[in-house]
Design a protein around this ligand. Structure first.
Ligand code: NAP
Ligand code: HSE
Length: 429
């Protein structure tokens, strides 16, 4: 049986999951691949830390012991961050190694460069684990759905924020309180900024939409808004409107360009994504042949993410055996224009406080009417000091129209405060 040696750059949450799967499922994997796949060495920072399988795996703090080892065929980068991960991958490709990575931060910023170097060196650069952990969405888009013209992707692709919003919805708790719990449970990073500000989801969306629409989508193309302004009150109003609030990653392939955005949104309770709760991820997409499809599973964690990494390793091992390759040339990408935020069309939820007096609602409605915006539903609740809290839900309109209405409204003396403006997504087509 052919022997394939793996080198791991990093042996933390994901790296140890990869080792667990390769070791525990060794018999099945060798039967499926006809190869004996083993981890020759793992690169870590701290050689003194206790690690699973330390009796079977050699550890080093010198990356060259892996990158320069002629017996290592595949290098798995699961250390994270930009540098030195980027330089190690480049050097490894130049030394003829195939690469598997889970690093969405790196791919969203330097994907082009890395794929080019992989192509020049005729080596694979696989990244299933970089989006939605254990959900095989990259393989689905690249292979299973490749016959389709994909129209749209709508996903819950950050587990931390979904955990926070789910707990706020199900237990009526406040954002800060649940964030702290998510950190204690190890879901959110020590610095959770990229999760709660939507940046992690935006990186994953850039990767997904590039593949799905065959056009280059950069991280800077994605409109991003996080969940930090969502309050328990907004969640309560969402319930009254038969909706839930989710952090959605949305990509649409339109005649006039690609629309890519990550933001919190009200979603009708009967939408397939509305029931995705806790740290789970899901991706709902539409295509001309498949119609609608949804992929659901664990978006993070040692074994689910390890499962995605090992699937890439197995694919590479099969390709080595059959002397074929899976590389998709990045030169095939088209260059569709990216739509600006003011051009997005959605419905809006607007929560505000105004004086509870005659003509106030009529004046406010006039500002919206002048911007060509029509209301779909309205909730008004009396508050103290002759004030009223009002929630307006609009019919779909352009963001530029909404900005015009809010600009006019902001100088109205009877307006006390605009608490929040949240988009509302009814469907994805
Ligand atoms: P982690 O638990 O922090 O592990 C990182 C590993 O890399 C550790 O073994 C660490 O060594 C090593 N490392 C990091 N920087 C290093 C450096 N400069 N020099 C030497 N060793 C270094 O991270 P993780 O959660 O496994 O994440 C790894 C990658 O997978 C990231 O790109 C992440 O975005 C991605 N990912 C993670 C998940 C998840 O559920 N965790 C899901 C999807 C994708 P020490 O052990 O000695 O500190
Ligand atoms: N921080 C990420 C999340 C980990 O919460 O989804 C998986 O990429």
């Amino acid at each position: 049986m052919k022997r394939i040696n793996i080198g791991l750059l990093g042996y933390g949450t994901v790296g140890s999951g990869v080792a667990t799967i390769l070791i525990n499922n060794q018999y099945d994997i060798s039967t499926r691949t006809g190869s004996n796949i083993s981890i020759k060495k793992a690169f870590v920072r701290n050689l003194l830390k206790e690690r699973p399988f330390s009796e079977q795996i050699a550890f080093t703090n010198n990356p060259d012991e892996i990158i320069e080892d002629p017996e290592i065929d595949i290098i798995v980068e699961v250390m994270g961050g930009i540098e030195p991960a980027r330089s190690y991958i480049i050097k490894s490709l130049q030394r003829g190694k195939h690469i598997v990575t889970a690093n969405k931060d790196l791919l969203a910023l330097h994907g082009d460069e890395l794929f080019q170097i992989a192509e020049q060196n005729k080596r694979e650069l696989c990244f299933e684990a970089s989006v939605a952990g254990g959900i095989p969405i990259i393989a689905a888009i690249k292979q299973s759905l490749t016959a389709n013209r994909l129209f749209s992707i709508m996903g819950i692709i950050n587990g931390t924020t979904n955990y926070i919003l789910s707990a706020m919805t199900e237990q009526g708790r406040d954002f800060q309180d649940v964030l702290q719990e998510a950190q204690e449970l190890g879901y959110a990073e020590a610095d959770p900024t990229s999760d709660i500000e939507g940046i992690d989801a935006a990186r994953k969306l850039a990767i997904l939409s590039t593949l799905a629409f065959n056009t280059k989508v950069n991280l800077s193309d994605v409109f991003v808004e996080g969940i930090t302004k969502i309050t328990a009150t907004d969640i309560q109003y969402a319930k009254e409107l038969d909706c839930v609030i989710k952090l959605l990653a949305i990509a649409k392939n339109r005649k006039r360009g690609i629309e890519v955005r990550v933001h919190p949104a009200l979603l009708p309770k009967n939408h397939p994504l509305a029931t995705v709760s806790g740290v789970y991820n899901a991706i709902y997409l539409t295509g001309d042949a498949i119609g609608e499809a949804m992929f659901y599973g664990q978006g993070a964690g040692s074994l689910p993410t390890g499962s995605a990494v090992v699937s890439d390793i197995i694919q590479i091992v099969k390709n080595i055996a059959s002397e074929s390759k899976v590389i998709d040339s990045i030169n095939n990408y088209r260059n569709y224009p990216i739509k600006a935020a003011y051009d997005f069309t959605t419905s809006y939820y607007i929560r505000l406080k105004v004086k509870d007096e005659p003509r106030v609602f009529a004046t406010m409605a006039l500002y919206f009417a002048e911007a060509g915006i029509s209301f779909k539903s309205i909730i008004q609740k009396p508050r103290s000091n002759n004030n009223a809290e009002i929630v307006l839900v609009t019919h779909p309109c352009k963001e530029s129209q909404l900005r015009q209405a809010l600009d006019s409204l902001s100088s109205y003396e009877k307006l006390d405060k605009i608490y929040n403006v949240i988009r509302l997504e009814a469907n994805c087509i």
